[in-house]
Design a protein. Sequence first.
Length: 263
Amino acid sequence: MRHTPQSDLEIAEEMADAARAAILPFFRQSDLQAENKLEAGFDPVTAADRAAEQAMRAVLAKHCPDDGILGEEFGQSAGSSGRVWVLDPIDGTRGFISGTPTWGVLIALATETGPFLGVIDQPYIGERFVGCDGQAFAQGPMGKTTLTTRKTRTLDQAIVFTTFPEVGTEVEAEAFRAVAQQAKLTRYGMDCYAYALLAAGQVDLVIEAGLNPYDIQAPIALIQAAGGIVTDWHGNPAHDGGRVLAAANPDIHAAALEVLRRF
C-alpha cells in the first residue's frame, strides 16, 4: 500500500511520539545502566534505546506492514513496498547517559534513491524538526517555525560542527581541522542536534566520519528540505553513511568540499 506524503508524515510523527513516551522515563535516572556494544572502545546502548525502537516498530507494524525497516538496535526487516523506514532510537547515547539534551530520535523514510522524509526529535526539550515534500519546519517551546538554511558563502564566516574532536581516523581528523582552521567558529559534541541546527539556519557545516545509514538519513531529508545539501567528502550521495559533509548552501558546500577532497 502506497501512502501519501501527508500520511507518511503522520505516521512518522506518531512514531516520534511513541519514542518520546518510551525514552523519557529513563532520562537522567541515576540507576540507568548502559551496555557497551564494542570489545574495543565504547559504544553504549541502554534499555531506552531498545524500548524506543520497539515502540516505533509497533507503529509501523500497524500502519505499514509492507515497508522495510532498518534500525540501529534490531537490524533490518525486509519489506515488499520498495520503501524503508530508517530508525535510530537514540542518536547520541553517550550524551543521553551523560544527561545532556543534545541526543535525538531519528526517523527517515527512503527508497533506493535515498531518504525523502526526515525527523529529528528531541524529547526532553520538546523540539521536533521535520523535512518532507520540499518543506521543513520545527515544532517546539516557541511554537511552529519554518526552517531555512543560512546563506553564508565563505569559510571565514562559517560555523562548523562535528561530534567528536578526533572525528575518525587521524587523516579524517586532519581533514576536519583543515576546514575548521579557516572557519569563524568550531563546536563539538552535538550529535544529531547539530544537523537540526543546520536546518534551522544556526550553523553552516557539519562534518563527520564513520557514520551508519541510520545516523544520517533523517538529517539528509531534513536538511535538503530546508535548502541545504548533504554529500560524502567527494560530493557523492551520503545516505549509506561514511564520511559526511552537510552544508547550508551550495557555495559553502563547495568551499568545504575543496578542502576535504585533498584527504
